[in-house]
Design a protein around this ligand. Structure first.
Ligand code: HEM
Length: 382
């Protein structure tokens, strides 16, 4: 075979070979594709290697994968607006400064140190009450702990929580689950103690619908996120017995462990923004009115920022991951989220000298979308 025919044959093989799992580039990748959503990290690495900012043709949006560019976008609220969140909430998360800053100040008071200590006790009590020799660490542990803390924070009684849980279940049976869930939460919001308090405090700047929006945002922001982080942490501990034993013996390592789980498995991979003006980011021009997805899951594994980025390292010096976002919308509940995750893990480790999975890790069902990868069930034995 001549040199030229060898090249031609190789080119034919490339053209007709079935697409391998790592083959799609920015022009062809579909992050919602099940095989990609099952393990998006090698894809993020490949995309980032050819440029920190890329236009994803299939999504009609830009993705930001490099750590520095991600922080830059999240830090520039004037150019990168939070408007894409408007369906979920248009008062705080979906609002831009200066209005967002006013609302944020009102809410921030509710996360003072004394209140955090009370909510920490709520998390510990909920965790202790849920421990069973065999359980599903998602539906029987991570989810109810996260709900108990959110209910205490917002002031929902048990019947309101039961109605939200039922409404959430029913919303999943509809064609538009998010819209159905929002309608449920809007209906139940006035039953929260915080609803009256906020309405009394800022009634002149926020109408009834806006206070409902804040209550539903707090519920959504506090529950799913915390639940996913606890689930990922339990999965690690139940499959790495040496790590679990080490954390039992050296409780000071729990905080770095939680930070690494957050860095490696942020509960939301993509934080959406809309450009208010043409922008250049990472050398790439983005027009006004474009959708930009800040991929914190990729930024958190950027090798330029984090050594051995895919490894869980308890001795990591660089700790500033983006799981809680950055800039003016940086998670208001970050200290609370950290407390709740730590309380859940401390209680579990103390109660479970032989923590293990009751099934093969490879068989676990996962919630997989372009923006999230999280175990749906986690059968464990203590
Ligand atoms: C460990 C769990 C948590 C994680 C990883 C997390 C993550 C995030 C992220 C990434 C954002 C920013 C989104 C963006 O900029 O696009 C955010 C915002 C927010 N989070 Fe959390 N969150 C967690 C727990 C909580 C909890 C427990 C609360 C309590 C209610 C909470 C309340 C909020 C609120 C109110 C915002 C909006 C802040 C603003 O727009 O100014 N989060 N969170």
């Amino acid at each position: 075979m001549t040199f030229l025919s060898r090249i031609k044959a190789a080119a034919r093989r490339r053209l007709f070979a079935p697409a391998g799992p790592l083959s799609p580039d920015a022009s062809t990748i579909d992050l919602d594709d099940a095989s990609i959503a099952a393990d998006p990290f090698p894809h993020y690495d490949r995309l980032r290697a050819s440029g920190s900012v890329q236009h994803l043709a299939k999504h009609g949006s830009w993705i930001v994968l490099g750590y520095d560019d991600a922080r830059h976008v999240l830090g520039d609220a004037a150019t990168f607006s939070n408007a894409p969140y408007a369906d979920v909430d248009a008062v705080l998360l979906g609002a831009d400064p200066p209005r967002q800053a006013i609302v944020r100040r009102v809410l921030a008071r509710r996360f003072a140190a004394q209140r955090l200590a009370q909510l920490d006790s709520t998390a510990q009590a909920a965790a202790r009450a849920l421990i069973e020799h065999e359980m599903d660490a998602v539906s029987g542990y991570a989810a109810p702990i996260s709900r108990a803390v959110a209910a205490d924070l917002i002031g929902f009684d048990q019947s309101a929580v039961a109605d939200i849980v039922e409404g959430t279940r029913r919303s999943l049976e509809t064609d538009a689950p998010l819209a159905a869930l929002i309608a449920t939460l809007d209906e139940i919001a006035p039953r929260a103690a915080m609803f009256e308090e906020i309405a009394a405090e800022v009634g002149e700047i926020l109408g009834d619908a806006e206070v409902r929006s804040l209550i539903r945002l707090l519920w959504l922001a506090a529950t799913t996120t915390t639940e996913r982080v606890i689930a990922q942490a339990v999965l690690r501990l139940a499959t790495d017995h040496a790590l679990a034993a080490r954390l039992r013996g050296e409780p000071d390592l729990l905080a770095p462990f939680v930070e690494e789980v957050l860095r490696l498995h942020p509960p939301e991979h993509l934080l959406p923004r809309a450009t208010t003006a043409p922008a250049v980011i990472g050398g790439v021009e983005i027009p006004a009115g474009a959708l930009v997805q800040v991929c914190v899951a990729a930024a958190n594994r950027d090798p330029v920022r984090f050594e051995q980025p895919h490894q869980l390292r308890l001795d990591r010096r660089e700790k500033r991951h983006l799981a809680f976002g950055s800039g003016v919308h940086h998670c208001l509940g970050a200290p609370l989220g950290r407390h709740v995750v730590a309380a859940s893990l401390t209680t579990l480790l103390a109660a479970a000298p032989r923590l293990r999975l009751r099934t093969n890790a490879a068989d676990l069902p996962f919630f997989r979308t372009a923006s999230a990868l999280s175990p749906l069930e986690l059968p464990i034995a203590l």
